[in-house]
Design a protein around this ligand. Structure first.
Ligand SMILES: [Zn+2]
Ligand SMILES: [Zn+2]
Length: 123
């Protein structure tokens, strides 16, 4: 799977067009909170997991996207308003962030009958 197009939809969201024709809408907040770098997610060295430092969700510019640079043909590097630039977002990770019903169903996040569980459900 390849990313064909990466563009800003509005102040808070990006639109990603995939080569299978799927359009993904993802919020900057969701993207930033999913930053895969060691500083955000911690890292495992010699079987010991080192947790990430506490996150300052209120940091100025944390959810402002400054630039997006393709890395090879498999990822994109995002630079944020608080100068954070370590996150390498692979296609796999980006696609996994899609919240549409189709992708959620593919990930097994929807009930078998297709009706959403949890938020919004009255049952
Ligand atoms: Zn990070
Ligand atoms: Zn989707």
């Amino acid at each position: 799977m390849q990313l064909r197009k990466f563009q800003r939809l509005n102040a808070d969201e990006l639109s990603l067009l995939w080569d299978d024709g799927h359009t993904e809408i993802v919020s900057l907040r969701r993207l930033r909170d999913a930053c895969p770098c060691a500083g955000c997610k911690g890292e495992t060295l010699l079987l010991h997991h080192y947790g990430p430092p506490a996150v300052d969700y209120e940091a100025a510019g944390r959810y402002e996207l400054v630039s997006a640079t393709p890395v090879g043909n498999y990822a994109i590097k995002l630079v944020w308003g608080d100068k954070h630039a370590d996150g390498m977002y692979t296609w796999v990770l980006l696609r996994a962030l899609c919240e549409c019903a189709v992708c959620r169903a593919e990930r097994g996040e929807l009930a078998g009958d297709g009706s959403p569980r949890g938020e919004g459900s009255l049952l």
